[in-house]
Design a protein around this ligand. Structure first.
Ligand SMILES: Cc1ncc(COP(=O)(O)O)c(C=O)c1O
Length: 385
């Protein structure tokens, strides 16, 4: 069997053994509907509530502040809609950033047609947003600030605690998309102060199609999906018990091993960055210091289309991407990089290598050996790079 180097962990991750082992009995043995009153139902209900407790503990929240969803996209949609409905049903001003995931940006666009005005803060060259920028953008009618905790394209970690403090000085609800951050960097909702926080299990070795939204107890989410009244009536639909159980096992494992994983990943990431930057005309994108432990991203001078490089890496059995998983095959420059001030032509050459604790030093050595050769080969192909 050929050996693949999987280095696209910001797109998705392998389900861990612990997560898988926790899920399997839910398909065959504990398959009851948590709303049913007989033993099968009550067993499933217990698994659901135990999982809620585990997910809450992982981010320093209370059990009744966690609502399960179908993933990061739904959590982001729900958070934004909730914050708007809480404050003002007819319109208002929302502040976010130009580097958010489309789960946030497209939801905001939809609100634009419904009487809301949107301000997207522009990041600096490292993908950072400052509290001063936020302060200057706040208006009397601002109802929500939504800023991601860590960026999926460039790995920058944003100053959420400070930004949240700024929003709260003006009594504005604060949401953070922590899809790339949860179980990868420490999160404590109380010390951060956030009101709403989105997570997705498949980004931390849990299954796909399941996530959670943290909603501070003082706030109530808007009823998002109506039906049978699950999730306290706010998000109806029979709960995805296997997925939720898998998510809880994965986040617990991730948080327990956070320090060790961070140490391992930082060594691999820095070795990769150091080596890649030796390729002439290569530039690291994102914050050189405040970045996710396993995240390395680059652009190449004179580069035209990162898809060619991604394809060549693919042929060399190295799986990486140019930026967001949703636009992996797109030849357009990632909006995150253009918002950070990169020329669209340079931004098109983006390469993202995102590692997990399953990656080894040997794999990094292989990438470090092959990447310079592939870039050189591509540059020789006239008109392509
Ligand atoms: C920052 C960010 N937010 C939201 C999402 C969407 O999450 P999901 O794939 O669980 O819908 C992603 C996925 O790539 C992401 O990176």
């Amino acid at each position: 069997m050929k050996e693949i180097i999987y280095a696209d962990n910001s797109a998705t991750t392998v389900v861990s053994e612990k997560s898988l082992a926790a899920m399997l009995p839910c398909f065959r043995d504990n398959y009851g509907n948590p709303s049913a009153i007989y033993a099968y139902g009550q067993d499933a209900k217990k698994l659901l509530e135990d999982s809620r407790r585990t997910v809450a503990k992982a981010i320093g929240a209370l059990n009744n502040e966690i609502y399960f969803t179908s993933g990061g996209t739904e959590s982001d949609n729900w958070a934004i809609i909730s914050a708007c409905e809480l404050k003002n049903k007819t319109g208002g001003h929302i502040i976010s950033t130009a580097i958010e995931h489309n789960a946030v940006l497209r939801t905001l666009e939809k609100l634009k047609g419904k009487g809301y005005e949107i301000t997207l803060l522009k990041p600096d060259k490292n993908g950072q947003i400052t509290p001063e920028q936020l302060e200057n953008a706040i208006r009397k009618d601002t109802v929500l600030v939504s800023v991601m905790m860590a960026n999926n394209v460039v790995g920058t970690i944003l100053p959420i605690k400070d930004l949240c403090e700024t929003a709260h000085k003006h009594r504005i609800v604060f949401h953070t998309d922590a899809v790339q951050a949860a179980a990868h960097i420490p999160i404590d909702v109380r010390s951060l102060g956030v009101d709403l926080l989105s997570m997705s299990a498949h980004k931390f070795h849990g299954p796909k199609g399941v996530g959670a939204l943290f909603v501070k107890l003082a706030l109530k989410p808007a009823a998002y999906i109506t039906g049978g009244g699950q999730e306290k009536g706010y998000r109806s639909g029979t709960e995805n018990v296997p997925g939720i159980v898998g998510m809880a096992a994965a986040i617990e494992e991730g948080v327990e091993n956070l320090q060790n994983n961070t140490r391992h990943l930082t060594v691999l990431r820095d070795k990769l960055i150091e080596h890649t930057l030796k390729i002439p005309g290569t530039c690291l994108t994102g914050d050189p210091d405040k970045r996710l432990p396993g995240h390395a991203s680059f652009v190449f001078d004179g580069g035209k289309n990162g898809v060619h490089l991604i394809n060549m890496l693919n042929e060399a059995d190295i799986y990486a991407s140019s930026g967001s998983a949703c636009s992996a095959s797109s030849t357009e420059a990632p909006h995150v990089l253009t918002a950070m001030g990169y020329d669209p032509k340079i931004a098109q050459s983006a390469l993202r290598i995102s590692l997990s604790h399953y990656n080894t030093e040997k794999e990094i050595d292989t990438i470090n050996k092959k990447l310079p050769l592939l870039v050189a080969e591509l540059r020789q192909r006239k008109g392509q790079y």
